[in-house]
Write a protein that binds this ligand. Structure first.
Ligand SMILES: Cc1ncc(COP(=O)(O)OP(=O)(O)O)c(N)n1
Ligand SMILES: Cc1nc(C(=O)O)sc1CCOP(=O)(O)O
Length: 421
């Protein structure tokens, strides 16, 4: 019988030092698998060989019983004695060929990739899967490479052949996952040959290991994974969309984000009140002196909203994007874009940063930002093409813009000089 297909969708990487006080790793792993974890890696950096083997055997008994593979981080010798399904290795560890010859052709062997040079070497080895990271800032691995950000992962994915699955790792949590999926996308196993290549899963340490309720946390991760894989929501009725949105709204209540608004004076108080009404915390500021602080408040659970309705000078917007860097989700509202050349140029400059996760606008604004010639009276330019563009087409244009697709001159490595924290 063929071995079961490797399911990397929710990949737990352990670190016992981060467990809540009094919790055992064995109970945590069991609960996480019950919540939906599909593969486990035992990554215990401080254990000596004997203790690593002992823990490995204990955890393997659980993963075997629950039917998910167990990999060992770095140590092929430990994996061999434990008799588990494989290893994950990096560039300071045993080389891939030696690991393969020690573990045999059926072992799962994952390789870390942090940049294009490593990707070239990794592809020559043809490993079972690739771990791409760090996507975002993480304190779990102090020696992790430079942050890739969403666009860095996308640019690596472009060069990964279809048959090698990938997971993203580093700083992924329940707050940033949805926006990460919007930018990078998650493979649906039923449509494997889809272009461009998307991720096959996410690998998580702290967001699961530090959880007081790992089963619930993993269910929440699974919910986001399933909704990301759900077929295009544009064919769904509103009634079907609401259950997909509810978990996001609930998360805003349980883990309220700080929303930094740079907005126009017409909508300022309305924006603040709507932010409060959904359970998030607004702060309205266009003073660059406080941008760095704002971007890091609230344990980094922060988003930035840029509304260019009554813009005059582009520098506060650019400084805010620089402060929030590639870390925090950004919503851009290109109000009245298309009405004047100055607005078009301003919106273009914002888009060139590659930082906008969500573009919110009416039909005229979106078409204008996508480079189409539109005639706008004022900010109420919707429907100016007689409804030629349906919602779905506009949404596809938005999604492409947010990924900076269709901009041949856009190079995420060159533009802009944003802080990678
Ligand atoms: C799934 C996954 N991806 C990447 C890593 C990092 O591995 P490595 O580069 O060997 O670094 P350490 O984990 O040893 O610090 C990983 N462990 N898992
Ligand atoms: C183990 C590991 N490898 C990384 C890489 O970039 O290769 S980042 C990382 C730590 C991920 O931990 P957390 O989910 O707590 O951020």
């Amino acid at each position: 019988m063929a071995p079961p297909r490797l399911d990397l969708s929710l990949y737990l990487v352990t670190d016992s030092s981060l467990l809540p006080l009094g919790r055992s790793l064995a109970d945590h792993v069991r609960a996480s698998i019950k919540g939906g974890v599909t593969i486990v890696q035992l990554r215990e950096k401080t254990l000596g060989t004997a203790a690593f083997i002992k823990l490995g055997k204990e955890i393997h008994a659980i993963t075997k019983e629950l039917g998910v593979p167990l990999l060992i981080n770095d140590r092929v010798d430990v994996a061999k004695v434990v008799g588990c399904e494989g290893v994950h290795i990096g560039w300071d560890d045993i080389d891939y060929e030696s690991a393969r010859s020690l573990l045999g052709p059926d072992a799962i062997i994952g390789l870390s990739v942090s940049n294009h040079d490593q990707l070239v070497l990794a592809l020559k080895a043809n490993p079972t899967y690739l771990g791409l990271g760090p996507v975002y800032a993480t304190t779990t691995k102090p020696d992790a490479g430079a942050l890739l950000g969403d666009l860095g992962v996308c640019s690596l994915l472009e060069k990964v052949p279809e048959h090698i699955p990938t997971v993203a790792i580093g700083g992924i949590n329940l707050v940033n996952l949805q926006s990460m999926f919007l930018k990078i996308g998650l493979q649906d196993p039923r449509t494997r040959s889809r272009k461009p290549k998307l991720l096959d899963g996410i690998a998580i340490v702290s967001a699961i290991i530090t959880s007081m309720e790992p089963e619930k946390t993993c269910r929440e991760f699974k919910g986001l994974i399933s909704s990301s894989r759900a077929e295009s929501t544009w064919d769904r009725s509103v009634a079907k969309l609401i259950p997909l949105l509810l978990p996001s709204l609930q998360r805003v209540r349980t883990c309220p984000p700080l929303i930094h608004h740079i907005t126009n004076h017409v909508s300022s108080s309305l924006s603040a009140n709507v932010t409060l009404a959904v359970g998030a915390s607004p702060i309205m500021s266009d003073n660059p002196a406080e941008f760095q602080d704002l971007a890091a408040l609230n344990n980094g659970i922060v988003a930035l909203v840029l509304n260019m309705g009554t813009f005059s000078d582009e520098s506060p917007f650019m400084l805010a994007l620089d402060a929030h860097g590639l870390m925090n989700p950004v919503v851009f509202d290109p109000v009245g874009c298309g009405a004047t050349t100055a607005r078009r140029k301003f919106a273009e400059a914002i888009m060139y940063t590659g930082c906008c996760n969500v573009i919110k606008g009416n039909e005229g604004e979106i078409l204008s930002i996508a480079g189409e010639k539109v005639v706008m009276r004022g900010v109420d330019g919707a429907g100016q093409d007689g409804g030629k563009h349906r919602e779905r087409e506009l949404a596809e244009i938005c999604s492409k813009l947010a990924k900076n697709e269709g901009r041949p001159d856009f190079d995420p490595c060159k533009k802009p000089k944003l802080t990678r924290r």
